[in-house]
Design a protein around this ligand. Structure first.
Ligand SMILES: C[S@@+](CC[C@H](N)C(=O)[O-])C[C@H]1O[C@@H](n2cnc3c(N)ncnc32)[C@H](O)[C@@H]1O
Length: 249
């Protein structure tokens, strides 16, 4: 049996009771460590559930069959920060497990994708979510082109920022802005464009700020994780809520 469990955004306290029950009945518990992070998650989890937590790198999850093979004759929990199937490639382990006849149970949770409803913008008015990678040549244009396409279609863009977990590198709002300005060459995004900075969403130190690219380029936003929203044209009723929440639109 393989339980694929989202543990939410902040800490073990965000786990659902259903998730906790599954973990309690599991003989092996893995925590995926490369698509998102929670400060001190593994230690806190081990203390809370009273079991050893195995840290699962990309290589272990995607490059080996250890987890699926274990789940053939044991009850296994595979824990993912946020919601397990949002902005991850974990549908892969789900389908590999099903293909081998392993029963799979998915427990969803809050995700960074939930931020779409939290800034005064309509979640229905978002286009493709993009991931901004640390410099990597060709790939730059595809994420930037999707931002342009969203704006041209009147759709807002949630930008997730790169994580290089094994080097403890988490892209900041400032670094993302540099990448965007370099790709944009002052076309649809420039220093005057207003954006949302999303920092540590869903945690007690959450900060969501609304301001210009020029302003946010040098402002410090504190510890990771960070994301951005680049709004397209904000309509009248969205503008009302944005102004109510952030004092300007
Ligand atoms: C690949 S996504 C993983 C999504 C995760 N499965 C979820 O459902 O939230 C990771 C990226 O989302 C963004 N992110 C995740 N959690 C965040 C948070 N609490 N605050 C701000 N950004 C976050 C960051 O840009 C991070 O690099």
């Amino acid at each position: 049996m393989l339980h694929i469990i989202g543990i939410g955004l902040h800490s073990h306290k965000d786990m659902t009771l259903r998730g906790l029950e599954c973990i309690r009945e599991s003989e092996v518990v893995y925590l995926e460590t490369y698509t998102s992070i929670q400060d001190g998650a593994a230690d806190d989890l081990e203390r809370f559930i009273g079991k050893r937590v195995v840290l699962a790198s990309r290589e272990l999850v995607e490059g080996s069959d250890e987890i699926v093979e274990n789940a053939r004759d044991k009850t296994v929990s595979f824990l993912v920060v946020g919601s397990p199937l949002f902005a991850t490639t974990h549908v892969d382990i789900l389908s590999r497990a099903r293909a081998r006849g392993v029963e799979v149970n998915v427990i969803h949770n809050a995700s960074i994708m939930s931020v779409m409803g939290c800034c005064g913008l309509y979640s229905y008015s978002f286009g493709r979510t993009v991931s901004i990678p640390y410099h990597s040549g060709e790939r730059i244009s595809s994420w930037y082109n999707n931002i342009v396409r969203n704006i041209q279609n009147g759709l807002h863009t949630l930008c997730l920022l790169d994580i290089v977990a094994d080097e403890d590198r988490f892209m900041t709002v400032n670094e993302a802005i540099e990448q965007i300005l370099e790709a944009a060459k002052d076309s649809v995004v420039d220093g005057g464009t207003k954006i949302f900075a999303i920092c540590r969403f869903g945690t007690p130190t959450e900060e969501i700020a609304f301001g210009t690219v020029a302003e946010f380029r040098t402002r410090s936003f504190g510890r990771p994780l960070h994301s951005l929203i680049i709004p397209a044209e904000i309509d009248r009723s969205e503008g009302y809520f944005v102004e109510a929440l952030f004092g300007s639109k």
